[in-house]
Design a protein around this ligand. Structure first.
Ligand code: SAM
Ligand code: SF4
Length: 331
């Protein structure tokens, strides 16, 4: 088996697949409230097309798939897709990122198909702030989802994007959840992917400030060993059961060990969150390319993977603004 290696000698063994761009929340840092041009059904990568790509990649050492979106549970027959993926040789880890509004009805299936890694996004544990951030009144549903998920043997992470003047009050109580619960709370730097052409050159609430803020309250926290390809810097408050991670998604300190590529709902391959998209696999598939040709195209894209997110951003043709919504990329 020939592994997928980029020109900086990083082995790619992980793909994040956004199965839909649709969402029932409108998190303001991710997508506008209205005027969104959602992808038409026939433009979406079909499950068969996605599974074909996964099968090709699994023979080249890709063993982990994260399903994301949009909200993955809004796509029809998502459990059929997850089941098929779980039966694929070489795919050892299936993870999912979800907003928790439609997750519980699929929990039995997720457990049955071996999906243990669940990232639940919850940016505030205050009902009113949650509403202001997501523009939807669904806090109770998401909180209930969190409570239910904690009752199962899962690798559960809570994702919260840290946003100046919007949810800073939540950081301490959210990390407080790790006292009783064996979860990892992950505080994510805000990135400029809000679908409105965000453009900023610095971020006040970066990973250093987030840590300082937490240590001012909890005292010195314990630095944990991070996994080889981790995007988070991980810590534990002394005496707490769970842990917390800070993700320098804007500061991009983790690019040196990046092991992933992304596929958007339209089938665009991205080798970095910050690139503009390298090429469209669905067009190649629908033009009749065979597996060898698809693999060659993927290998060529990976070969050119940018050294880090800053280089990827600088190569964008539409500079200076990043105009995509995270929901079209898959977070
Ligand atoms: N709908 C699902 C959810 O919210 O978990 C999956 C898709 S969402 C795009 C995946 C992750 O990206 C979420 O944790 C979300 O908070 C994060 N995200 C979205 N926009 C972001 C931004 N501008 N900066 C940082 N993280 C963002
Ligand atoms: Fe939807 Fe997730 Fe984006 Fe929020 S972050 S609008 S839940 S896709």
């Amino acid at each position: 088996m020939k592994k997928l290696v980029d020109k900086h000698n990083r082995v790619v063994d992980y793909i994040r697949i956004a199965v839909t761009d649709k969402c029932n929340l409108r998190c303001f840092y991710c997508m506008p409230n209205e005027g969104i041009d959602f992808v038409k059904q026939n433009q979406l990568m079909s499950y068969e097309e996605i599974l074909r790509v996964c099968s090709i990649l699994s023979k080249q050492g890709v063993s982990k798939v994260r399903i994301t979106g949009g909200e993955p549970f809004l796509r029809k027959d998502i459990m059929y897709f997850i089941k098929s993926l779980s039966e694929m040789k070489g795919i050892n880890t299936i993870a999912i990122t979800t907003n928790g509004t439609h997750t519980l009805k699929h929990l039995d299936g997720l457990i049955k198909y071996g999906v243990r890694k669940i990232n639940l996004s919850i940016d505030s544990i205050d009902k009113q702030r949650f509403f202001e951030l997501t523009r939807r009144d669904l806090f109770d549903t998401v909180w209930n989802c969190f409570v239910e998920l904690t009752k199962h043997d899962l690798d559960l992470k809570l994702n919260a994007v840290v946003i100046k003047d919007r949810n800073i009050e939540d950081l301490i109580p959210m990390v407080g959840l790790t006292k009783a619960h064996n979860v990892s709370v992950r505080l994510i730097e805000e990135m400029p992917f809000n679908g409105k052409g965000a453009n900023y050159t610095s971020l006040e609430w970066d990973y250093k400030k987030i840590l300082q803020h937490l240590e001012a309250h909890y005292g010195k926290v314990i630095k944990l060993n991070d996994d080889k390809n981790s995007t988070s810097l991980n810590y534990r408050v002394p005496g707490h059961t769970g842990s917390f991670g800070i993700i320098p998604a804007y500061s991009r300190t983790f690019c040196g060990t990046c092991n992933r590529i992304r596929m958007t709902p339209l089938g665009t391959i991205k080798t970095c969150l910050y690139d503009e998209g390298i090429f469209n696999l669905k067009d190649l598939i629908r033009a009749g390319a065979n597996d060898g040709q698809l693999l060659e195209a993927i290998q060529s894209a990976i070969g050119q993977k940018f050294r880090d997110g800053f280089v990827a951003e600088s190569k964008r043709k539409k500079l200076p603004n990043i105009s995509e919504s995270m929901t079209t990329i898959g977070g």
